[in-house]
Design a binder for this molecule. Structure first.
Ligand code: GTP
Ligand code: MG
Length: 206
């Protein structure tokens, strides 16, 4: 998919105040510092559109971006980083929970995982929670440039094994990306384009 336009729309703490629209919306979620905002900028080929920082806790609000005048990407605060204060963690958790529970426009979520780490309960539990809410999700591994190529495959396989050994019978779509090197961006955009087509079909026959 070609990105013809990408624009910041609005930031909110309250899901109730988020844009009222009937288009597909996709949320990027994951631990603080996993690279959500950086990957959004890489996908949209727009440095600085989403605010990034090496200090965890940079994104504190629900940020809506409108792409190609049709679909929305949402950059959310991260969860669970040890160096984020307890108060902030609670605040972020509440923003995230309300967003996922109440946002009817959310068509698919993308759960970002730092590819360097072993499967973490906090991420697996988040996937289970999203699954229980029947919100479709894909897994996006980030920071692939930080791992030697032979370890990339191994880490993905370990993760898949952990998911299948847990409650999952089948695996969600999985992508391996690097915001720095733009690895995996084309495949991720293709997936988003397929989801947009699916959304259009479903809504034209409704
Ligand atoms: P919060 O908004 O704080 O939750 O973080 P975030 O998940 O949005 O992460 P962000 O995009 O701000 O990136 C965090 C740090 O990781 C920054 O220093 C980025 O430069 C770095 N980073 C993000 N993606 C990549 C990547 O693909 N490769 C490398 N090497 N660094 C990355
Ligand atoms: Mg961010």
């Amino acid at each position: 998919m070609q990105i013809k336009s990408a624009a910041f729309v609005i930031s909110n703490t309250d899901v109730i105040k988020c844009p009222d629209h009937n288009q597909p919306e996709y949320a990027f979620i994951g631990r603080s510092n996993v690279g959500k905002s950086s990957l959004i900028n890489s996908l949209l080929q727009h440095k600085g559109l989403a605010k990034t920082s090496s200090t965890p806790g940079k994104t504190q609000l629900i940020n809506h971006f409108l792409i190609n005048d049709f679909w929305y990407l949402v950059d959310l605060p991260g969860y669970g980083y040890a160096r984020v204060t307890k108060t902030k963690k609670k605040q972020f958790q509440s923003v995230i929970t309300h967003y996922f529970e109440k946002r009817k426009q959310l068509y698919c979520s993308f759960i970002l995982i730092d590819i360097r780490h072993k499967p973490q309960p906090i991420d697996i539990n988040f996937m289970k929670w999203v699954g229980q809410k029947q919100i479709p999700f894909a897994i996006v591994f980030t920071k692939a440039d930080k791992l030697k190529p032979n370890l990339l495959d191994q880490h993905v396989k370990d993760y898949e094994k952990a998911l299948l050994e847990d409650v999952w019978e089948s695996l969600p779509p999985i992508f391996v990306t690097s915001a720095t090197k733009k690895t995996g961006c084309d495949l991720l955009l293709k997936h988003l384009s397929d989801l947009n087509q699916e959304f259009k079909k479903l809504n034209s026959s409704a």
